[in-house]
Design a protein around this ligand. Structure first.
Ligand SMILES: Nc1ncnc2c1ncn2[C@@H]1O[C@H](COP(=O)(O)OP(=O)(O)OP(=O)(O)O)[C@@H](O)[C@H]1O
Length: 253
């Protein structure tokens, strides 16, 4: 059974179908990209998987758990974390504080438990610190750990946004245009990080407009157009698909 199973989901907004009958399967450890023209439904799909939107039809299963109606918080606790297109960080807090806060908000046992079991809370805090420091090290953010996020250059903030998601120790990482607006050098760094994240066994679902990057690094690609999957497969096959060329690249088939 695939780790993530999106089964035939439909999501409408006042009569307009953002997604109609979309199915997608992602195996554990895979790097799967979702591409498609503007408005194709890519972000809506990610919003459904991460619990921000609930499809009117269909099912979303993660490791066998039905997440179709789950809240974003429940989805995170099941092991899915998301880095947002529009960076979702607290600009007045440092990199370290943002990462710790993400863990505290989503992963802690709760105040009641912490009060009753002081030892456990302390152990949890040590684990939080360790996990966050490890992510800072991994994402090469050491030089910025005490810097308020608002003062950092855009490219570094994008990297912190991915680090915030990684701080949740996810089994599945959802990346919504992590390279948008980056310089070539920053993109190359981000590609390296994504490949290393996958190499460590984390499943990655990536939305990305840079086709060159997508073709280079994806195990498989899903192509959306007008809220439907019009192609799926290995990068070479997808690139050759006439429907994709027509829809995505604006080339006559
Ligand atoms: N909250 C919403 N309310 C109404 N319509 C929405 C909402 N979110 C998305 N849509 C509509 O759903 C469709 C798909 O949008 P979506 O943002 O998922 O596309 P996308 O493929 O991510 O596009 P882009 O590449 O521009 O980010 C669009 O027609 C959009 O206007």
């Amino acid at each position: 059974m695939a780790q993530l199973q999106v089964e035939n989901i439909t999501l409408t907004f006042g009569g307009l179908a953002a997604l109609s009958g979309v199915s997608l399967e992602v195996e554990r450890g895979e790097l799967v990209s979702v591409i498609g023209p503007n408005g194709a439904g890519k972000t809506s799909l990610l919003n459904c998987i991460s619990g921000f939107y609930h499809p009117q039809r269909g099912r979303i299963l993660f490791e066998g758990h039905d997440l179709t109606r789950a809240t974003p918080h429940e989805v995170t606790r099941k092991g899915i974390a998301r880095a947002f297109q529009n960076i979702e960080l607290f600009s007045g807090l440092t990199v370290l504080e943002n990462l710790l806060l993400a863990r505290h908000t989503h992963l802690r046992y709760g105040l009641f438990g912490a009060g009753l079991f002081y030892g456990r809370a302390l152990k949890e805090e040590v684990e939080n610190r360790k996990a966050v420091e490890e992510v800072i090290d991994f994402m090469e953010l050491e030089a910025y750990r005490k810097a308020p996020v608002g003062n950092l250059p855009y490219g570094v903030r994008k990297r912190v946004e991915v680090a915030r998601a990684l701080a949740l120790s996810p089994k599945l990482l959802l990346l919504d245009e992590p390279m948008a607006g980056m310089t070539l050098e920053e993109k190359e760094d981000m590609v390296r990080f994504i490949l290393e994240i996958r190499a460590r066994g984390t499943t990655v679902v990536l939305i990305e407009h840079d086709l060159g990057v997508v073709m280079d690094i994806s195990d498989r690609i899903y192509v959306l157009d007008f809220g439907q999957v019009i192609a799926e497969g290995a990068p070479e096959a997808v690139a050759k698909n006439p429907r994709v060329q027509e829809a995505y690249l604006g080339v006559e088939a």
